[in-house]
Structure formats: structure tokens, C-alpha cells
Design a protein. Structure first.
Lengths: 376, 99
């Protein structure tokens, strides 16, 4: 008996053009071929279900090396197909049980695919990320942390008060820098949106995932006409010069991953990130690594397509550090709960459940609480 | 509750024979650093309220300064960086501000 196979879908096109991909091999090494229905063509390849079936995928997608190789292969096919004709990229790991399933999907969601293809046309996607530049690199002289320290020698009277003063100005300089960087990023986004047919805002990625120490404050995708790339790149470098408080990073052109569907732009983008040479999974996905549409059988009706740029995505809020949040809410008091598992040589030994009530002494005093020794 | 389990697995403090000391120290220092930064911010708040005497302000400042120095020494002693004492709490954001 032959090995059980499924059908991995790469992209949808309106013509049969992208089907003539010649020798191109897909994700599992199988030849890429077309499946047509209702005037649309799906670019597909057969994959073995023991590697790419629903349960196997669930396991394999947690393996970052496997995921990277798969995503690269996925991207390669979409990119090659996209050279031949406008295509709609499908999310990573869109697998159907057979060709009939693919045809049924094309028939069911055909109108949506056609509308989206028309909307995107021959356009390509460009990504722009902005990172906050540390305040010390923007203005070395302004905060002047080192001189203040040196001036207040250990014997100097008022050294303690001077220390508090210095910490206050450091903290507020930090806050100001962050605020102005966020403002700059908003302006950069507004300028770039004017050049693009459409834009999508993705959640910024955490430093652990980007491998870059500075926090990311903008992670956006822009849909540009063919040949507009050079102008866009020039605009990005001009903006980088105008706003020294942020560092801009341009990637592209990509197949329009972020614009293919009305929903779930973020997961398309993380596929795009992955292909950019670094493995970056968005934080929102880390908790649930299997989200990229493992659609072995898709019974769900097509979601209503969203058209045009009328909907402006909200600018992502600043990530506030817990210590700042605690400081702000201490007036009311907070309960901190946490669980820590201690393990020795990979064997779990002790789980500690922590529950602590933290409140500021002045708030407690106002509430008339008994704080005994604490008031000094 | 897959997300909860995922969280636990990723944030486990793993003390294998070589790094047992470093693992526990980074856990303890993380908590201490959180409290230190919290106290510092609270101190600035109290100074702003104007309810402290000059002497108290001076003493608080000196103590916090000594604490910061001690913290830097401890970090150096155990070969830890500032970032090692920070945790990403996912949707809650980082534990300490990135700087």
C-alpha cells in the first residue's frame, strides 16, 4: 500500500501560468503541480501525511529548525510562482486530504480569492521595523550620568540626595526618549502609509526573538506597486535621517503574505519573518505554535472579505515594564502570584506557588492600617 | 491550559550540575532587583510628596546607592548581565524596563 499523502497548497492564481514551474520541488520534495477549478488555479504539491499530517505537524512545528526549512521551501515555491503571475500566498501548512478537497475549497471561496487577487494585483509587500535608539546614543551630553556620579564623592555631603536626583533625571530621560521614539515611529508609519496602497500593522516582536537588544516599536507591512520599491527605500532612508530616535529596518520585496487574507495578518507576517534569515515567531504565537491554519479539512465558511484601507489598525501600545506598573498601582496594593518549578538535571523537583500582597506604606498609612515597625 | 504549561516549561529554572549556582542566583537576584527598582521608584514618589525630612531623603539616597553598587558587584561575581535579571512575561510585558 502506498504511503498516505495530503495536498499542500502554496498559492492561488487566476491563470494557469504559475503551474509551469518545471523542476521546482515543494516542501516535502514532491513536484509542484496545478489543481484547477472555477477558473482559479491552486499551486500544490503532495506531502506525506506522516510528516505533514495534522498531528505530525503539531509536533514538527515546535521544532524551529524544521519550521525554518519548511518555511523556506514554502516561500521558494510562492516566490517562483509569483514571478510568473500574481498569486495569493497561502499560510504555512495549509494541507488538504486530496485534490477534490482543494477544488471544493476553490469553489467555496472563489469569489473571495478573486476579489483579493484583484485588490493586490502585481503588487509586492515591503516590511518596515523600527527600533528605539537608546537615549545615550541620541544625545551623549544631555543626561550626563557619569559626571554627576564623580562629582558626588563618597564623603560629599548630600551624596544620597544627589543620587536620588540623578536617578530621577535618568528615569525621566528614559521615559521621554521612549515617548519621542514612539511618536517618531507613528510619524514614520503615517508617511510610509501615504506611499503604499495598503498597510498592515503587526505586533512588535520581543527582544528575545529578534536578537536585538533595543525594543521594537513598529512592525508594519506595506503593499507597493511594482517598481515602486526604490522610491520606498529612498523614503525610508530619508525618514531614518529625519528621526534619529528610531532605527529603521527595511525588508522586501515579499509576496503579499500580510495582505492575502482579511484576517490573521500577523501569522502571515511571522512566516515572512522566518524567511528573512532569522527565526522570529511573534510573541502572540509562542503560546500556541500550531495556529498557522492546519487545515486538513476546511469546513468553515469563507469569512467576509474586508476591502480597502478604511480600517486603520490601532498603533501598538508601549510595552510597560512590570516594575513601572507595580509602582503605579501600589497605591491600591497588588497581589503578585507566580509559580516557579525548580528542577535538577532536567528532573522537576519542587514547585513553588508564590502569593504576595504588596502595597506602599503611605497607602497603608492612609487606610489606617497597622504597619508597626514599617513606618521608619 | 496549553499556554500555562508552555509558560511553565519555558520559564523553568533549570539547575543542572554545572550551573546550579548560577540558576538559583539569577532567580534570587531577579527578585531582589525587582524589589530594588520598585523601592527606588517609591522613594522618588515619597520625596515628591514632601513628607520626608532632608535627613531621611539623604539616608534613603545613600542606601539605594549602596544597594545599586552591591547589586552590580553580585552580578559581576556570578557573571550575570542586566538582561539576565529580566524576564519576558509575555502579554504582561517585561519584568524590568529594557535599558
Amino acid at each position: 500500500m502506498a504511503e498516505a499523502t495530503g495536498v499542500w497548497v502554496y498559492a492561488i492564481a487566476e491563470t494557469a501560468g504559475p503551474a509551469s514551474l518545471g523542476e521546482l520541488r515543494g516542501v516535502g520534495g514532491g513536484p509542484v503541480r496545478p489543481v484547477g477549478a472555477v477558473g482559479l488555479t491552486a499551486v500544490v504539491a503532495d506531502v506525506a501525511l506522516n510528516t505533514y499530517g495534522e498531528s505530525a505537524l503539531r509536533r514538527n512545528l515546535e521544532d524551529l529548525a524544521w519550521l525554518e526549512a519548511t518555511a523556506r521551501a514554502h516561500h521558494q515555491v510562492i516566490d517562483a510562482a509569483g514571478q510568473l503571475a500574481p498569486v495569493l500566498p497561502m499560510g504555512l501548512a495549509t494541507v488538504y486530504s486530496d485534490d477534490a478537497g482543494v477544488r471544493a475549497m476553490l469553489a467555496e471561496r472563489g469569489d473571495h480569492f478573486r476579489q483579493t487577487l484583484r485588490r493586490i494585483g502585481a503588487r509586492r509587500e515591503w516590511g518596515v521595523k523600527a527600533y528605539e535608539v537608546p537615549p545615550s546614543e541620541v544625545s551623549l551630553s544631555e543626561t550626563g550620568r557619569a559626571p554627576a556620579r564623580a562629582a558626588a564623592g563618597p564623603a560629599a555631603a548630600g551624596a544620597g540626595a544627589a543620587y536620588l536626583q540623578r536617578r530621577r533625571s535618568e528615569l525621566s530621560a528614559h521615559k521621554d526618549a521612549r515617548r519621542s521614539a514612539l511618536l517618531s515611529a507613528q510619524q514614520v508609519h503615517a508617511e510610509l502609509s501615504r506611499l503604499a496602497a495598503e498597510n498592515r500593522m503587526h505586533a512588535p516582536q520581543a527582544p528575545q526573538l529578534t536578537g536585538i537588544r533595543e525594543p521594537m516599536i513598529l512592525n508594519a507591512a506595506y503593499l507597493l506597486d511594482d517598481g515602486q520599491g526604490d522610491d520606498f527605500a529612498a523614503a525610508v532612508s530619508a525618514l531614518a535621517e529625519r528621526y534619529p530616535g528610531v532605527r529603521l529596518e527595511l525588508t522586501g520585496p515579499w509576496p503579499p503574505y500580510s495582505f492575502a487574507g482579511p484576517e490573521a495578518g500577523a501569522e502571515r507576517a511571522s512566516a515572512a519573518e522566518l524567511l528573512g534569515g532569522k527565526i522570529c515567531m511573534g510573541t502572540q504565537r509562542a503560546a500556541d505554535p500550531v495556529r498557522p491554519a492546519v487545515a486538513v479539512r476546511q469546513d468553515r465558511p469563507a469569512p467576509a472579505p474586508q476591502r480597502g484601507t478604511g480600517r486603520e489598525p490601532a498603533f501598538p501600545a508601549e510595552r510597560i515594564a512590570l516594575v513601572d506598573l507595580l509602582d503605579r498601582v501600589l497605591a491600591g496594593g497588588v497581589v503578585v502570584a507566580g509559580e516557579v518549578t525548580l528542577s535538577i538535571a532536567d528532573v522537576d523537583m519542587v514547585t513553588i506557588s508564590l502569593r504576595a500582597l504588596v502595597t506602599s506604606v503611605s497607602a497603608l498609612a492612609e487606610a489606617g492600617g497597622d504597619f508597626g515597625e514599617l513606618n521608619r | 491550559m496549553t499556554s500555562g504549561r508552555e509558560f511553565q516549561r519555558r520559564h523553568r529554572i533549570d539547575a543542572d550540575p554545572e550551573s546550579v549556582e548560577r540558576g538559583l542566583v539569577s532567580l534570587v537576584l531577579t527578585v531582589v532587583e525587582l524589589l530594588r527598582q520598585l523601592m527606588e521608584r517609591q522613594a522618588l514618589r515619597r520625596v515628591d510628596q514632601g513628607t520626608l525630612t532632608d535627613e531621611q531623603v539623604e539616608n534613603i539616597g545613600r542606601t539605594l546607592m549602596a544597594l545599586e553598587d552591591r547589586m552590580a558587584e553580585l552580578r559581576e561575581h556570578f557573571g550575570l548581565t542586566r538582561e539576565d535579571l529580566n524576564l519576558d512575561l509575555g502579554p504582561l510585558g517585561p519584568l524590568l524596563p529594557y535599558d
